[in-house]
Design a protein around this ligand. Structure first.
Ligand code: DAH
Length: 357
């Protein structure tokens, strides 16, 4: 058997010579492991007399520490060298185009929101957002829907407890963001507001959570003609029918005066529905000139400013455009449905003329 001094020289040389992390690990086991060479020497201590044992024990412990430190140091050197080598050889070209993924689809709701925003974006609208949890003031009162107004009952509102006895609501429409925008910003204003809305309702065309997109234009000169031009242009671009018939039908909303519902032309021959020329009409959105009371509630002088607003259900127009028969399927996360109705991530809606599938 080697003396501790000889073993020291051998092991330190082996550590210096090890050129892979695996070789170094093998050396560690063979020197310091349960049946290792230093461990073997330590077992011999038992047969020594106490004085000799003390000195030899200290020497062996020092040897053990020295060898362990040498192995650790070499390990760091090898790992650094390995990293350097990988940095030299493995290169990522960040300028390469990403490869399209075989799986993963854009949900038709997201796609439809993107398409609508692209069309209004072309007309100079920007996107605004508001909270899903609203208060009575923004969801109702400021929109000219006072507490005893029948429209409050029609909304099937989800109420939540709020602070100081003031209840909160899950917003029943995106219209409260009109109030938030007009209160925070001076006109001119030209926004669209996509987002989630909530009503206690559930069947093939209603879901307790659904999506709307709101539009609001406030300036000194906008009038009903602008409202009509803007919405006709939108309907034709979105449904990709250049001469789509669009009809404005007098209606009532508390926050607009006058108000109009917007219908598009369609046919229902042979059980199917086709958007375009025909003998029938389909309602797709609500609109009107912003009620002066609403402007006043936001600190805007109706003698100086006016404008128009509109609101539309995203699911409804997505169902019409893409032939989706049941609204509840939007939220079932059925992969077969998503593959069928979803969109490839690179199918960016065109800025002009809608989307080419
Ligand atoms: N907030 C209405 C609803 O949810 C939709 C609507 C109608 C919005 C007319 C408007 C509007 O901005 O002018 O039924």
């Amino acid at each position: 058997m080697e003396t501790p001094e000889q073993l020291r020289d051998i092991l330190l040389k082996e550590a210096a010579d090890a050129d892979t992390l695996d070789a170094l690990e093998a050396l560690r086991v063979s020197a310091l492991g349960k049946k290792g060479r230093i461990t073997d020497l330590m077992k011999g201590l038992g047969q020594m007399d106490p004085d000799a044992r003390k000195a030899a024990g200290q020497a062996l412990n020092a040897l053990k520490d020295e060898v362990a430190a040498a192995i650790d140091a070499k390990k760091t050197t090898l790992a650094d060298a390995d990293l350097d080598r990988r940095l030299m050889t493995e290169k990522i070209d960040v300028t390469l185009p990403s490869s399209p993924q075989a799986d993963g689809y854009v949900h038709p709701i997201s796609q439809t929101i993107d398409e609508i925003i692209a069309i209004f974006g072309e007309m100079g609208f920007t996107v605004a957002e508001g909270p899903d949890i609203e208060d009575d003031w923004h969801n109702f009162t400021a929109l000219n829907i006072p507490p005893d107004h029948p429209a409050r009952q029609e909304h099937d509102t989800f109420y939540l407890p709020g602070e100081h006895g003031e209840r909160k609501v899950l917003r029943t429409h995106t219209s409260p963001t009109q109030i938030r925008t007009m209160t925070a910003h001076k006109p001119p204003i030209r926004i669209v507001v996509p987002g989630r809305t909530y009503r206690s309702d559930y069947d093939a065309t209603h879901s307790p959570m659904f999506h709307q997109i709101e539009g609001l234009v406030i300036d000194k000169t906008s009038h009903m003609g602008h409202l009509k031009g803007c919405l006709i242009e939108f309907c034709r671009a979105f449904f990709e029918v250049d001469d789509l018939p669009v009809r404005f039908r007098p209606s009532y909303f508390p926050f607009t005066e006058p108000s109009a519902e917007v219908d598009i032309g369609c046919t229902r021959e042979g059980g199917g529905l086709r958007i375009g020329h025909g003998d029938d009409w389909l309602e797709i959105l609500g609109s009107g000139m912003v009620n002066p009371n609403v402007l006043r509630n936001c600190g805007i002088d109706p003698e100086e400013y006016q404008g128009f607003a509109f609101g539309m259900g995203i699911e409804r127009v997505a169902m019409l455009k893409y032939g989706i028969p049941d609204l509840r399927t939007f939220y079932e996360s059925d992969l077969r449905w998503l593959r069928h109705y979803g969109f490839r991530s690179l199918e960016v809606p065109g800025m002009v003329g809608g989307l080419v599938r």
